[in-house]
Design a protein around this ligand. Structure first.
Ligand SMILES: Cc1cc2nc3c(=O)[nH]c(=O)nc-3n(C[C@H](O)[C@H](O)[C@H](O)COP(=O)(O)OP(=O)(O)OC[C@H]3O[C@@H](n4cnc5c(N)ncnc54)[C@H](O)[C@@H]3O)c2cc1C
Length: 503
């Protein structure tokens, strides 16, 4: 494995909202002189060596994906961060690598090394007439980074990125790396295990715990994903009155007789933006419908402001600058008036629809998961809080995600409405967030926090949010990692959240 020690002693996340002191940042790369499999195995050994050195030097290690998270989950405290982006090999899977009991479609299985960008993996798949099942709105994350926090879009019958993962190759120590999959859903054959020189663990709880584990379970070197045939999305966005009809839809996802372009047809994706300063003109409602792939389509076009059909608020909110409170409504209206323009019949593959790989300005983003039946009450509260603790210089966004099997996925409600609060980077936004979390707790509204977005977590809150799953997750971590490695893969934010328990 190639290791380039950058000598960096501080690291700033991609959104430039915090800087951390670190011991070093290593860029990892596959050995190019070797064949693909030998090179992958050589990297496994290289990472094990780094873990051994970390134990000997009493330092910590953390895998870094694309650095897109707003929280400090990818940092190693004063330890070493490992930039995994160049680890981007991808393998198609033949039937001899697959267990006879596997019930899925072998031709749709792909094994991807951790550093593959979502965009990069999508390109690989596109060349084979395949597609990921879902992604976030933007696609610059690495596959392991996206899985690590449970990144999601609004494919409410599909789930988040981690939900199409069926196998994890995890390096858990200097002398151990494992292939983890569900016992209830066997995937690989001894041939593949032998090729990767790894040990098989089939265990539903361990697998479900390791999926959304934000770097705490060691280094996820490769992931087996289930893909599907390439498909098109037909996207539309329109303004709809904010009335009982819309509220009902937002709280039920019952599309029977809806006012959406295809009425009763259940969309693949449904999302709503509410601008609290322009309620009279209605909400911005996006619906996307799955269509069979054909070459005869025009790729989605961006509007004059560069916003495409799949873009979410982080793609444009960064353009709002901090303003004195009285000017906030005007600024938000001005920004949205230009950037969110209704469209219809935009066709594109998943990757073409959710294609943003860049960041646009400094902003804050928080996302909470809530069950459907509280969505409208939360909206009422947000509007109330905006009067008392606002004005919030952003908008309220609603996306929907199927309940995940991942133990600590924040999409734990069946289904989950993800309410996103994207706004300017300012103390006022942090104050608004605090007021919202406090009010939700006072009203006993169940909610969870996205691990990669601004949150305010401690162990008590986590226990309320995730219940017994939290202890099972901690137990799973203790089962997979020995005491030395628990230390190597503990970072300050885990300690702050009480997830570092050694059993
Ligand atoms: C512009 C923008 C748009 C976004 N849109 C969405 C969205 O639509 N939906 C959504 O859910 N989120 C969204 N996010 C949040 C983002 O998807 C998540 O924070 C995601 O986890 C970031 O992926 P990353 O590759 O940058 O990982 P990082 O932020 O670098 O890391 C995330 C976690 O994964 C761990 N990790 C990374 N690689 C490995 C590995 N190989 N082994 C073990 N652990 C690893 C890290 O240690 C860290 O704990 C957005 C963020 C931005 C900046």
């Amino acid at each position: 494995m190639k290791i380039f020690k950058t000598g960096f002693t501080s690291w700033e996340n991609r959104h430039e909202i915090f800087k951390e002191d670190i011991a070093d940042m290593y860029m990892l790369g596959n050995e190019t002189a070797l064949g693909a499999l030998d090179s992958y195995n050589d990297t496994t050994k290289g990472i094990q060596k780094l873990i051994e050195e970390a134990i000997n030097n009493n330092t910590t290690l953390r895998a870094l994906g694309a650095g897109w998270s707003w929280t400090k989950i990818a940092t190693a405290g004063k330890g070493i961060m490992l930039d995994t982006k160049p680890l981007n090999a991808v393998f198609t899977i033949s039937s001899r690598s697959v267990a006879p009991e596997y019930t899925g479609d072998t031709s749709k299985l792909v094994f991807a090394q951790c550093g593959n960008g979502i965009w990069e993996l999508s390109e690989f798949l596109r060349n084979r007439n395949l597609s990921l099942k879902t992604s976030g709105a933007s696609n610059g994350q690495t596959i392991a980074g996206a899985i690590g926090t449970g990144a999601h879009g609004s494919a409410f019958d599909v789930g988040g990125v981690q939900d199409f993962v069926v196998g994890l190759h995890i390096i858990v120590g200097p002398n151990r790396h494992v292939w983890l999959e569900r016992k209830s859903y066997p995937v690989v054959s001894p041939f593949l295990l032998n090729s990767l020189q790894t040990e098989l663990i089939q265990d539903d709880d361990l697998f479900n715990a390791a999926l959304v584990s934000f770097g705490c379970f060691g280094i996820i070197h490769g992931v087996m994903v289930e893909t599907e045939d390439l498909f098109l999305l037909e996207s539309c966005m329109e303004r709809m009155p904010i009335d009982d009809t819309l509220y009902k839809l937002m709280e039920t996802l019952d599309f029977t007789g809806s006012a959406l372009p295809y009425k009763d047809e259940r969309p693949f994706h449904f999302a709503v933006f509410i601008n609290p300063y322009d309620m009279d003109k209605g909400a911005y409602v996006t619906s996307m419908y799955k269509r069979p792939y054909t070459d005869a389509y025009t790729k989605p076009v961006r509007n004059a402001e560069g916003i495409g059909p799949g873009d979410d608020a982080p793609c444009f909110i960064g353009k709002i600058t901090q303003a004195i409170p009285a000017l906030v409504p005007t600024l938000v209206n001005k920004l949205l008036g230009g950037t969110l323009t209704p469209f219809s019949k935009q066709f594109g593959t998943l990757a073409e629809t959710f294609s943003n790989t860049t960041l646009h300005g400094k902003l804050l983003s928080a996302a909470i998961g809530v069950p459907l039946h509280v969505v409208n009450r939360v909206t009422e509260l947000l509007l109330e809080i905006n009067k008392d603790a606002g004005p919030f210089s952003g908008l309220f966004a609603y996306r929907y995600v199927k309940k995940s099997k991942a133990m600590l996925a924040f999409t734990r409600f069946d289904p989950t409405c993800v309410i996103e609060l994207d706004a300017t980077f300012s103390d006022a936004t942090y104050d608004f967030y605090k007021a919202v979390w406090k009010r939700l707790e006072e009203e006993n509204i169940p909610f969870t926090f996205h691990w990669g977005k601004i949150n305010e977590l401690n162990f008590d809150r986590l226990q309320k949010m995730h219940g017994p799953s939290l202890d099972t997750w901690i137990a799973a971590r203790n089962q997979l990692l020995d005491k030395d490695c628990l230390k190597v893969f503990t970072n300050p934010v885990m300690v702050e959240w009480g997830l570092d328990k050694v059993l």
